[in-house]
Design a protein around this ligand. Sequence first.
Ligand SMILES: [Zn+2]
Length: 155
Amino acid sequence: MPLYEYYCEPCHGVFEELRPMREAGEAVPCPECYEDADRIMPTSFAAFTFRDGYPRKIPDDGTYWHLGQKVSKRVTGGRPNEHPEINKPTPKKRLTQGERSALNDMREVAAKGDLVDMFNNPISPREVKQAYERRDVIKKGVPARIHKDLKRKFR
Ligand SMILES: [Zn+2]
């Protein structure tokens, strides 16, 4: 069932409700005051005039809605349609020179099959960057030799 959003006028509140698609347009009782609340489109918040200029979320967790997205603070300055929690640019992560050369070193080791993860599974050169970004445990080791040692131990 899809999740729809409803607005309760007496409560100045927005809440979500799982409903079958064919019932989405019907009013839903508000979880706080049980008055009928009408369905709203996520982008229609801006068209309402709310207390504080923002609707609140039901159940109230102290957040506000900004153009259909949940934010923890109201806009206090700047352009009214831009919220720092939503519009802030996501800085593209760039590797430092040191990280890049470390990755290249690891790829070289991986190419020889000498780079292993925490379970001693070999990491292929293609997987090095991913493993590095996931902060997987990467060890330099010789899986074949580790294997031999283990065998010897349990013989
Ligand atoms: Zn209500």
